[in-house]
Ligand binder design. Structure first.
Ligand code: PLP
Length: 218
């Protein structure tokens, strides 16, 4: 089942859209099954679970941290994490840089923006992000690479609302891209989950995070 679900989704999305298979709460065997299709990008939202799964699974997996990340837990994933999606403060970015330096790595990060009307979702506002990336202190962080943006739409059946929220993330992406010197590495727009990834791709997403449609309900 997992293999079929994964292959069907891959065939239904454009080739230049990266699929992150969200395996949170699912056992090692489920990830192994997906891995056997050749899939390598997996997403988790809890540090402990992510670190455990890293230990037990093949080392060529690219692990994505998609959940809210606390500063005191960065050290547990810094040795291996491929991409951190939920960076929502400059303080967190500084800690990621510090831990990346200790591990002699450059860690890729996405800035998470608040695009939904619901006030429960984490994320930056554009002016906040622009203010810290234009700061000298930011320019001195040599062990992080800002690779793009991430956002979550409201949980609603109102597709036009979801569309609007996703398109606001595209506007943010374009405005930020204009600020960066190294424009080539700033390229990812991580938006879209099981319920809304088709809308997200239509709006310009090039990275979708899909869990339940692949692995079944949690
Ligand atoms: C759980 C989760 C997903 C995947 O959700 P599904 O609806 O199962 O596809 C995507 N992004 C984030 C941030 C998540 O926490």
């Amino acid at each position: 089942m997992i293999k079929n679900n994964l292959i069907n989704i891959k065939n239904s999305i454009p080739q230049d859209v990266l699929l992150v298979a969200v395996s949170k709460t699912k056992p090692i065997e489920a990830i192994q099954e997906a891995y056997e299709t050749g899939h390598r990008n997996f997403g988790e939202n809890k540090v402990q679970e992510l670190a455990d799964k890293f230990d037990h699974l093949p080392k060529d997996i690219k692990w994505h941290m998609i959940g809210h990340l606390q500063r005191n837990k960065v050290k547990f994933i810094a040795p291996f994490i491929h991409l951190i999606h939920g960076v929502d403060s400059f303080k967190l970015l500084k800690e990621i840089n510090k831990q990346a330096l200790k591990n002699n790595r450059i860690i890729n990060c996405l800035l998470q923006f608040h695009i939904a009307e619901e006030n429960t979702k984490f994320g930056l506002h554009l002016d906040e992000a622009i203010s810290f990336i234009s700061n000298q202190e930011f320019l001195e962080l040599k062990n992080i690479s800002i690779s793009g943006v991430m956002g979550m739409a409201s949980y609603t059946k109102d597709n036009s609302k979801i569309e609007k929220e996703f398109s606001s993330l595209i506007v943010i992406f374009d405005k930020l891209k204009a600020q960066f010197n190294n424009k080539d590495s700033f390229k990812w727009i991580s938006m879209g989950m099981s319920g809304d990834y088709k809308i997200a791709i239509n709006q310009g997403s090039n990275m979708v995070r899909i869990g339940s449609t692949i692995f079944g309900a949690r």
